[in-house]
Design a binder for this molecule. Structure first.
Ligand code: AHR
Length: 360
């Protein structure tokens, strides 16, 4: 099928790039995209073959992402999905993409473990006439993909910093000494959250005592926090974990070290993702604030493939909608300058059981 579409897709890609440039063009509603039947829209009775090179299975977020993609690219929706779990191994991910090219699939979907090192393999896909769609994390050293749908990670970090600034003011805390547990080094999620939060830290004169990778896993978060507790006991009052699973590990390490955290504790705990277990901890007051990363991207991605199969144009970039969640009612909104340079004021969602029940 791609043989017939190669020329049309090149034209669509050019038109799409011209129309969208690098400007965010679409705000995707949380989890509400519709994957229209690709078979109906593009290929008669034939299933559209899609290879998906997933990052791995490191977090609750990742489990939700895999489920979302697998459900959206179902046989009923007209797709034959080849799924590869790359186990957080960049070499394995490149190999998975090359295998998809070898198999001559119709489309390739990549959630890139790291943001660089992609141009050669994307050129190979391009030469083979196979369109590539990127989800979640970004590819930053090649533009040889048709479309991307995912999160504005820098805004997540900026929002976390803006909330901390206002929360510290509300509580009368004048000195902030911060420990950061970063995600997988070189992933756009780690880079964006680190840079966004650091901007607010620099602006407000907070001290970032240390910043190490926990690889987005609970085990990694616990290990880093155990070492932080030994090295910096009594010297920190904020811990920023770049995902919920790291936060669960950090909680265990702080509890074991006799350090109190969360609402009323000695340490303010900030997290990202806002999965069900994360929001359960926000509701319990163990995590003070949790900045959502929305994994329900499958329907949006399937919609992009369906449109391409039907010869339609697609946006180059689609940003997921992502709310910010807090444990206490004191603050209702935050204001900051976002990554696009725009001054924004955004609501803070106070977590109740209903909010937890509606989470992914
Ligand atoms: O790329 C999204 C990030 O990757 C999520 O924050 C994290 O949980 C996942 O592992």
């Amino acid at each position: 099928m791609k043989k017939f579409l190669a020329l049309a897709l090149s034209l669509i890609m050019a038109a799409s790039l011209a129309a969208c440039g690098s400007t965010p063009s679409t705000a995707a509603a949380s989890g509400s995209g519709s994957a229209s039947s690709a078979a109906a829209s593009g290929s008669g009775d034939q299933l559209i073959t899609v290879g998906f090179a997933q990052v791995g299975h490191e977090s609750d977020w990742r489990t939700a992402s895999t489920k979302s993609v697998q459900e959206a690219f179902s046989k009923e929706n007209g797709f034959d999905l080849q799924f590869v779990d790359c186990d957080n191994d960049s070499a394995a991910q490149l190999e998975a993409v090359r295998n998809f090219i070898e198999q001559d699939v119709d489309y390739i979907v990549i959630d890139p473990i790291v943001s660089t090192g992609w141009d050669t393999v994307l050129t190979e896909a391009d030469d083979a006439g196979i369109p590539v769609i990127v989800i979640d994390r970004t590819i930053d050293d090649s533009d040889k993909y048709i479309s991307w749908v995912g999160s504005e990670f820098t805004n997540e970090g900026l929002a976390a910093g803006a909330w901390l600034r206002d929360y510290a003011k509300l509580k009368g805390i004048s000195e902030l000494n911060v420990l950061v547990i970063e995600g997988t080094t070189g992933s756009s999620a780690q880079i964006g959250r680190t840079n966004g939060f650091k901007k607010l830290a620099d602006e407000n004169g907070w001290k970032i005592i240390d910043s190490q990778s926990g690889d987005f896993t609970q085990e990694g978060g616990q290990k880093v926090m155990e070492s932080y507790c030994k090295s910096y006991a009594g010297k920190f009052n904020v811990v920023v974990c770049q995902n919920d699973n790291e936060a669960f590990g950090a909680e265990d390490a702080m509890s074991a070290a006799g350090i109190s955290y969360g609402v009323g504790g000695d340490v303010i705990l900030i997290s990202f993702d806002a999965c069900t277990a994360g929001l359960t901890d926000v509701l319990a007051g163990k995590i003070n604030a949790d900045f959502q990363c929305n994994p329900l991207q499958g329907p949006f991605c399937a919609d992009i493939v369906s449109k391409l199969a039907a010869g339609q144009t697609v946006d180059k970039k689609t940003y997921m909608e992502e709310p910010w969640y807090v444990s206490e009612e004191g603050l209702t909104e935050i204001a900051y300058t976002n990554n696009a340079g725009k001054d924004v004021t955004e609501p803070l969602v106070h977590v109740t059981q209903d909010v937890v029940d509606a989470a992914y």
